[in-house]
Design a protein. Structure first.
Length: 492
C-alpha cells in the first residue's frame, strides 16, 4: 500500500538405471554411487547459493554508497557458481523451448555445459534463441500467449535477475508487490484490504492495461535500464532476449515490441518498466494533486487505486491515460472502471436510492462491500472470482476424463492435491462458502466420471461420501485477517 515502509528482505547428473551393476569404484567407496552423486550435487548447490548471496551483498553495498551512480561492472558476477545456482532454481518439470532440452537432459553434463555457457557469455558468443509460442486458456474463454525460452536462456536470465535485483530493490516503491523477494499476492491483497478499512476510501479505480507484456516499448525499456545499469554487456544481453522473437509453427517471428509472458526475466523487466512509467508518476501525482485519502496497490501489471473523492479518481484516470500513452501503453476501455466502493458506499447509495455497490476483481478474488457477521459495521468480503472457479473446474473435469480408468485411490490422491493447492491460495476469511462449493463440484465431477467407467458401475452417493471423506479435505480458513498479517509484516 502506498505510504507504507517496504520490506528490506533480501532475495533471497543423470542417475544410472537401477538394473545396472555397480562400478568397482562404488564398492570401494563404501557407499552407493548415486548417494555420493547426490551429496556432491547438494554441496555444489549450497556453495553456489552462498556465492550468489555474496555477490548480491557486494552489489547492495555499492548501491548504498551512492544511490545515483550507475553500476558499470556487473557481468563478472555472472560466474559458473551463479549459473549453477540458476540452473537449480529452475522448475524441473517446466515446458521445453525450441531446443527441446529438459532440465534433466542439461544436468547430465552440467559442469561442462555451464563452463561452456560461461565462456560464451563473457566472450560475446552467447546467442539468445527465439521463444516457443504456447497458448493457454484464460478464464474468459480467450487464450493467453506464452513464450517458452530455451533452457540455457532461462539459466542466463535467472542469473541476470539475481544480479540486478539488489539494485532495483533499492529503487522500487512500497506499493509494488509483484515478483519481488519477500512479497507475494497475499501481501498485495492484505495491503488493499487494510487500506480500504483504515482510509476514507469511497471510490476504487480498477486499472487494466491492454496487452501490457505484448506492447512494452523496447526503446523505452532500454532507456529505463540505462538509468541505473552502466555495464553495457548486461544491457546487450537483455536486448538479445527482447529481440530474439518467437517461433510458431516452425517460423520465426521477430519482436519489435513486448517481452514474452513465460520468460524468466519478463516479470522483472515489467516491474522496471512500470516503476518509471507508473509508480514514480503515481507518487508525484498524489503529492501534487490529492487532497483526500488515496491508496495504491500494484502487482505486476494489475493495479488498484482508491480515492476519498470521486473528482480526484476521475482526474487521476484522465491523467493516467495521457501518461501511459507517452510510453506506448493504453488502458482497457471496458475493464478499467471507477466504481463507488468502501466503508460508506453502501449507506450512501441506499440514501440516494441506488443499488448495492459494484464489485471488482483483483488477483483472483472478487471484492465486495459487505457487513460483519453480526450485521453491524463494514466488512470487506472477498470470494473466489467466478471465472477463476469455473476455469479450474473445467481443468479438473478434463483431467478426470484422462484419468478415468486409473484406480479410485490414484484419482483421490490427485484430487486431494488439487484441493490442498486451491485452499492454500483461496482460504481467506469470508471465502468459506466458495471453498465449500468448489469441493462440492469436484465431488460431482468425480462421481460422474466413476459412473462412466462402466455401464455396470452403480456408484451411490452413500458410497461416494466414504471416498470424499477419505480423500477430499474439507475447507477451512488458512489465512489470517488482512490487518493482522499486514500490521505484523509492515509495522516497522
Amino acid at each position: 500500500m502506498y505510504g507504507m515502509k517496504k520490506s528490506d528482505s533480501p532475495i533471497v547428473p543423470e542417475k544410472r538405471s537401477n538394473k545396472a551393476g555397480k562400478l568397482v569404484a562404488e564398492s570401494v567407496e563404501g557407499r552407493g554411487g548415486n548417494k555420493r552423486n547426490a551429496e556432491l550435487q547438494s554441496t555444489a548447490r549450497t556453495q553456489s547459493r552462498q556465492a550468489v548471496f555474496q555477490a548480491q551483498d557486494r552489489i547492495r553495498e555499492a548501491v548504498s554508497r551512492n544511490r545515483e551512480e550507475k553500476l558499470t561492472a556487473l557481468l563478472h558476477h555472472i560466474s559458473v557458481d551463479c549459473l549453477r545456482w540458476s540452473y537449480f532454481e529452475l522448475k524441473r518439470t517446466a515446458a521445453t523451448g525450441i531446443d527441446g532440452v529438459t532440465w534433466r537432459d542439461y544436468g547430465a553434463g552440467l559442469e561442462e555445459s555451464l563452463a561452456d555457457l560461461h565462456r560464451r557469455i563473457h566472450t560475446g558468443a552467447y546467442r539468445a534463441q527465439p521463444s516457443r509460442r504456447k497458448y493457454i486458456p484464460k478464464a474468459n474463454g480467450q487464450q493467453r500467449q506464452l513464450g517458452i525460452a530455451s533452457l540455457e536462456d532461462k539459466i542466463v536470465q535467472r542469473s541476470v535477475v539475481a544480479i540486478l535485483t539488489p539494485i532495483y530493490e533499492a529503487e522500487f516503491l512500497g506499493f509494488s508487490y509483484g515478483f519481488r523477494p519477500g512479497r507475494n499476492q497475499h501481501d498485495a491483497l492484505d495491503a488493499l484490504a487494510y487500506g480500504i478499512k483504515v482510509k476514507k476510501i469511497g471510490w476504487v479505480l480498477d486499472v487494466d492495461i491492454t496487452r501490457f507484456f505484448d506492447t512494452i516499448s523496447h526503446e523505452w525499456m532500454i532507456r529505463f535500464l540505462e538509468h541505473r545499469i552502466g555495464d553495457k554487456r548486461i544491457v546487450r544481453l537483455i536486448i538479445k532476449w527482447l529481440k530474439a522473437g518467437v517461433q510458431e509453427e516452425g517460423e520465426r517471428v521477430k519482436s519489435e515490441e513486448g517481452t514474452p509472458q513465460g520468460a524468466v526475466i519478463s516479470p522483472f523487466l515489467a516491474n522496471i518498466y512500470l516503476h518509471y512509467v507508473y509508480d514514480l508518476w503515481v507518487k508525484q501525482w498524489r503529492e501534487k494533486h490529492c487532497q483526500g485519502d488515496m491508496i495504491v496497490v500494484r502487482f505486476a501489471d494489475d493495479s488498484v487505486a482508491g480515492f476519498q473523492y470521486k473528482e480526484e479518481g476521475e482526474r487521476f484516470l484522465t491523467d493516467l491515460r495521457k501518461r501511459l500513452a507517452k510510453f506506448a501503453l493504453t488502458l482497457h476501455p471496458e475493464k478499467t472502471r471507477l466504481i463507488e466502493f468502501g466503508r460508506f458506499a453502501a449507506e450512501r447509495r441506499r440514501r440516494e436510492g441506488k443499488g448495492k455497490p459494484e464489485t471488482f476483481d483483483f488477483l483472483g478474488f472478487t471484492h465486495i462491500c459487505g457487513k460483519k457477521a453480526n450485521g453491524k459495521g463494514f466488512q470487506l468480503w472477498r470470494k473466489t472470482k467466478r471465472g477463476s472457479l469455473k476455469a479450474k473446474l473445467r481443468e479438473v473435469k478434463e483431467e478426470l476424463r484422462r484419468r478415468m480408468h486409473v484406480s479410485i485411490q490414484e484419482q483421490g490422491e490427485w484430487l486431494n492435491s488439487v484441493l490442498r493447492g486451491h485452499y492454500a491460495y483461496f482460504a481467506v476469511p469470508t471465502n468459506i462458502h466458495a471453498l465449500s462449493a468448489f469441493r462440492h463440484y469436484i465431488t460431482v465431477h468425480w462421481i460422474k466420471r466413476i459412473r462412466h467407467r462402466s455401464q455396470r458401475d452403480r456408484m451411490t452417493w452413500a458410497r461416494m461420501r466414504i471416498y470424499t471423506d477419505q480423500y477430499l479435505p474439507r475447507p477451512k480458513i488458512l489465512h489470517p485477517w488482512p490487518e493482522q498479517r499486514f500490521c505484523v509484516k509492515y509495522s516497522s
